[in-house]
Each structure stands twice: as C-alpha cells, then as structure tokens.
Write a protein that binds this ligand. Structure first.
Ligand code: NIG
Ligand code: FE
Length: 404
C-alpha cells in the first residue's frame, strides 16, 4: 500500500442512489464503463463491488447490510481524478510574470529560476504548510491521487528536501533536478548534469519514484536528457519527460526509446512523434492549463487519439506556466480547445492519469480498486465540461474515507 495511505478506513460503506456511475471498468461496455441506477460497496478502503443497485450479488448482502449507507440522490459518481503532473513544493509566486505575459510577453523556461531563488530561501515549515494547503485544494476539487515533482531547488540539499517534503503527502514523487540549469552553472551546463547524475541523484533517489527532465531549448538537450534519464532508470526510478512544450524536438522520441511511462506537454507534435507514441506504451500527458495560461496553441489531442495514443490530462500546477490545481477546469478546456469529447477527457483525467503513473489501483471503480471517488453535484459526468468554472465536486472519498 502507498506510504500516503497507511491507516485507510475500515468500516464498510454503501453508496446508493447513483444516477450515473463512471467505473472505467474494462469489463463493461463503453469507454467509461457507465452504470445507471448504481451502487458502490466499499470495504477495507477498496471497492468490493460496483454495479446496478438491483444486481447486488448475494455474497455481498451481509457486508452491505452492515455498511454505513450514503444515498447521493441521483447524482453522478466518478473515480477520483489522477493528476499525474504537478510542481507543488515551491516558494514565492509569479503573479507579476503572469500579468506581464498576459500583456504580451512570451512564456520562456527562464522564469523557473525566480521560483528557484524563492524556494531556496523558504523554510521547510513554510514549504510543508503550503503543500498541505495544496493537498486540501486538490482534494476539494476531486483529485485523489497526485504526483509531485522537485525541480525548484537545483542543489543537492534543496532537491532532496523538496522530495522529502513531497513524500509526506504522496507516493508519486518525481526527481526533477534537471528542470533548468541553475544560474550558477550557466557557463558550464554539463557540469550541472554531472551533479544531477552524481551526488544529486544519490541524495534524491531514496525519496523518489520517478525521474523527469525538461528536454527543451533553454533547458536540457536530448543528449543531456538521455544521460540523466538513463542514470535515474539505472537506480530503479521510472522515467517521465517534459517535451515539445515550446517547439518540436527530439524529446518525445527519447521518451519512447526509454519506455517512459509518460511524456508530458506534447504541444508541438510531428507525424513521427505520433506514430512513435502510437506504437509505444508511453502515455501522452496533455496539460491544458499551460496553454490556457501561456496563450500558446493547444496540443492536437484529436490527432493523438485518432492514432490510438493513450492520452492523459494533468494540471501541471506550478507557479509559472499553469497555476491551476483544478482537474475539472482542465477537462473543460480540453473539451473546448483540444478536440476531446467529454468522455475522452474524463477518461484521460482518471484512468489516463493512472496509466501515466503506471497505477492499476486508481483511476477506476472496478472491484479491487482503491475506493477513491467523487460525488458530483450533477446528474452526469458531461456536466464537468458543460458547466465550466462551476464547483460541481460535492463530496470526495479517498480509500473509502471522506476527505472533502
Ligand atoms: O511543466 N516545463 C517545465 N516546467 C514547468 C514550468 C515551470 C515554471 O515555469 O516554473 C511546466 O510547464
Ligand atoms: Fe511541468
């Protein structure tokens, strides 16, 4: 069980009166495994059974009879969102940069360094309490599993402390020492890469599940990225990559060649990128909040989906390019501006995120899954895109325990 899930609830729970249940259960018909007039039975923090209320199997009747009953009165219930890409441990903010950008300045990777300075200056207590605030914010918006990256420390000590703090709130921690080259190494980027694959990886690997690199002009070259990702993989870390955010490049091909779980951004896609992704087990994670906040063009989700690529949606919550933690907002933008249907977007924000984290226990509500689910203040999941900006998240359960 995840480190952040020790002590999950024990009392059985029966959720009844579900007008529309999104199970993402592959054994059911349709992309989202929808069930109408449904119930959900939870025991020991996991889904024991989900299906049509009238079809509860006799073997579960005794458990259901003892369970606490929550009648949601015809509302829709969906799996908790799986946000597979965030940067939530940082100091300062960049509201002034956002204001300048919205008045015409282009986004570049350079702003990351200002957050690095503020993060280095911040105390552990400040960073931890801000992180706790973000966790509450995520839960309140229906996110029940989330990844957190380092990347605003960029010294051995600071990267390790960011990961230590992140590991207190999630099992999905990512070492992103290769976010940008810090100012003190500007004249010798390869010396910084030596630090990342040497002492920094040594200090960070014990607190991380994943390694990530920002492979982009202004950050790390494909060669440097290859070196860093291979070093992480050799230490047992899973691979994920930031690529093709600002321009087309070789980052997607690199990610696929290293069997990355996910390549994120994919704003600028070549035909070659799409065919490589389609033939791989690498998820393309799209980050609608980034294009929204930077006013760049949106990635062409339609082309990816039509080619058979597995697509996830994540928030990329960070102080520079996308300071939203709202998966419902990202779903609405993906539907409005990236060519996704509501069905595809809701799948991408739940099961897609789980695939991007190579998790089989979240992102769906089939028997055996963690009982992470959201009761919507709406009769159907389509309302997530149909009613943008409206707080439709009514109740959130994680491991069968209500967290919001
Ligand atoms: O995912 N692309 C690199 N990293 C972040 C941006 C971080 C920042 O601007 O502070 C991203 O968009
Ligand atoms: Fe990012």
């Amino acid at each position: 069980m995840d480190g952040d899930r020790v002590g999950a609830a024990a009392a059985p729970l029966l959720v009844t009166g579900i007008g529309e249940l999104v199970t993402n259960d592959l054994s059911r018909a349709g992309a989202l495994g929808l069930v109408s007039s449904a119930s959900l039975l939870v025991a020991d923090g996991r889904v024991l059974w989900s299906g049509e209320a009238s079809a509860l199997p006799a073997e579960f009747a005794a458990t259901a009879a003892q369970a606490e009953v929550v009648d949601v009165g015809g509302a829709a219930v969906i799996p908790g969102f799986v946000d597979s890409h965030t940067h939530l441990v940082f100091g300062g903010d960049r509201a002034a940069e956002f204001e300048a950008r919205i008045s015409g300045q282009p986004y570049s990777a350079g702003g990351i360094r200002s957050t690095v300075a503020a993060t280095r200056a911040a105390t552990d207590a400040f960073l931890a309490s801000r992180l706790d605030g973000f966790v509450a914010e995520l839960h309140a918006q229906g996110t029940t599993t989330f990844e957190v990256k380092s990347g605003y420390g960029l010294t051995v000590e600071d990267e390790a402390r960011l990961l230590r703090l992140a590991s207190l709130v999630t099992a999905e921690t990512t070492f992103l020492g290769a976010h940008v080259v810090p100012a003190e190494y500007a004249d010798d980027p390869d010396a910084y890469v030596d630090l990342v694959v040497g002492p920094m990886l040594d200090a960070c690997a014990p607190h991380a599940r994943w390694i990530d690199v920002f492979c982009e002009t202004g950050a790390f070259t494909p060669e440097q990225s290859h070196r860093i990702l291979s070093a992480g993989a050799a230490r047992g870390l899973g691979v994920r990559v930031h690529a093709s955010q600002l321009a087309p490049g070789l980052g997607i091909a690199l990610a696929v060649s290293l069997h990355a779980a996910s390549v994120d951004h994919c704003t600028y896609l070549t035909d070659d990128d799409i065919s490589r992704l389609a033939a791989s087990d690498t998820v393309a994670t799209l980050l609608p909040g980034v294009e929204f906040s930077t006013r760049q063009r949106y990635p062409d989700a339609r082309r990816l989906l039509d080619a058979g690529v597995t697509v996830a949606i994540a928030s990329d919550c960070n102080p520079g390019s996308s300071f939203t933690s709202s998966m419902p907002f990202c779903i609405a933008v993906a539907v409005r501006d990236m060519g996704m249907t509501p069905t595809e977007a809701v799948w991408a924000a739940t099961a897609g995120g789980a695939a991007a984290l190579r998790r089989e226990d979240v992102g769906h509500l089939a028997p055996g899954a963690l009982a992470d689910f959201v009761v919507l203040r709406a009769p159907g999941y389509v309302h997530l895109a149909y009613r943008p900006g409206v707080p439709l998240v009514d109740a959130v359960y994680r491991g069968g325990t209500r967290v919001a």
